[in-house]
Ligand binder design. Structure first.
Ligand code: DGJ
Length: 342
């Protein structure tokens, strides 16, 4: 594996819209949990994803999950099924409903079993931010060995939102284990990596360097001993909000939410924000991203994955409206809805 010793220079986008009743490419709206077709009529393949809005277009990045699902011997005790690593997909859209496949923007690297991106490894939860100073698109992601013992964050960079992304390497940020993660770009130009650390017991929030390519060295431990995964972070009216899950592998559990006045905390937990049928297990889903809708100051979409543990490629997307209420936010179930409802 190529490990980034930071200091040295190894720098070397189906909740568903669906397709349901609509024609491919002409979705009627979001249909959470149904197969969601792209503009070619193929199921969107972008799991554990996140969305970047840039130049009037949304870019959705996610894990490509294709082919056979199996449980490696090392993971059988906890149900850690997997597929072969293929890479990271990117889809583009201007209306959040119709998504065009822009291809595999960070493909697996065959031929070198030691490489982080070898098909035998784990590549999860890619998130991309744009650095206005360097004009680069920077992707961070969870990179791991098949048994999830490596616990690294990986970094890649591109000149265009649709890639190709150049893989820079991986590391344990600030020397700490790193699994589920998200990126958060603040309005002052600083960016942060939130990642499940300390064997998933405690989350870390790490300030990145100004170019977003490395940890700066400044970090805080948050939600100490709370065992949280699947972080998603958003800012509204000067306050920071986080949604996450507990740690139960691919199985769903009650979502968590929290609020803070500073990205480094203290964070105040507010409980499960989900409302409606199945809310107690996050509608059988796990959070992945909170998407601010461009041009609508108070419109947010909660992006979730409904994992299919024994057929991972059939995992579905559940996108739901996220609404602020009282001290926190709520995520309400909808069978069908559209961005115009926000
Ligand atoms: C839960 C995590 O949130 C997922 O990203 C993935 O790592 C699974 N665990 C693996 O079981």
């Amino acid at each position: 594996m190529r490990t980034l010793g930071f200091g040295l220079a190894v720098l070397l986008a189906v909740p568903a819209i669906v397709a349901g009743a609509a024609e491919p490419g002409q979705p009627a709206g979001f249909r959470p949990g149904e197969v969601w077709a792209d503009t070619d009529g193929k199921p969107i393949n972008a799991h554990g994803g996140g969305v970047l809005f840039h130049g009037g277009t949304y870019y959705w990045y996610g894990e490509i999950k294709t082919g056979r699902t199996w449980a490696p011997e090392s993971n059988k005790g906890w149900g850690g099924t997997r597929v072969e690593m293929i890479g990271i997909s990117c889809y583009s859209s201007r209306d959040l409903l119709r998504w065009k496949n822009e291809g595999n923007v960070l493909p697996a690297v065959k031929g070198d079993p030691k490489h982080d991106l070898h098909p035998s490894k784990v590549l999860e939860r890619p998130k991309v931010v744009f650095n206005a100073a360097t004009k680069k698109f920077v992707m961070w992601m969870h990179v791991d060995s098949e048994d999830y013992k490596l616990a690294h964050s990986g970094v890649a960079v591109a000149d265009s939102p649709t890639g190709p992304f150049r893989y820079l390497g991986s590391l344990r940020p600030d020397g700490a284990m790193s699994r589920d993660m998200t990126l958060f770009a603040d309005d002052d130009g600083k960016a942060y990596l939130f990642h499940s650390s300390e064997d998933n017991a405690t989350m870390h929030v790490a300030l990145l360097t100004d170019d977003y390519l490395k940890p700066s060295g400044r970090f805080e431990r948050i939600f100490v001993g709370r065992h949280m995964e699947a972080p998603a972070v958003v800012k509204r009216k000067g306050r920071y909000y986080l949604m996450a899950s507990g740690c139960t592998g691919w199985a769903p559990n009650p979502a968590r939410s929290a609020v803070a006045d500073s990205v480094f905390g203290p964070w105040k937990e507010l409980g499960n924000p989900c409302r409606g049928p199945g809310a107690e297990i996050t509608f059988r889903c796990q959070s992945t991203f909170i998407l601010p809708v461009a041009g609508k100051p108070d419109a947010f979409i909660c992006m979730l994955d409904r994992w299919s543990q024994f057929d991972l490629p059939d995992s579905r997307y559940v996108w739901l409206p996220l609404r602020f209420e009282g001290e926190g936010f709520v995520v309400e179930w909808r069978d069908a809805w559209g961005p115009g409802d926000l």
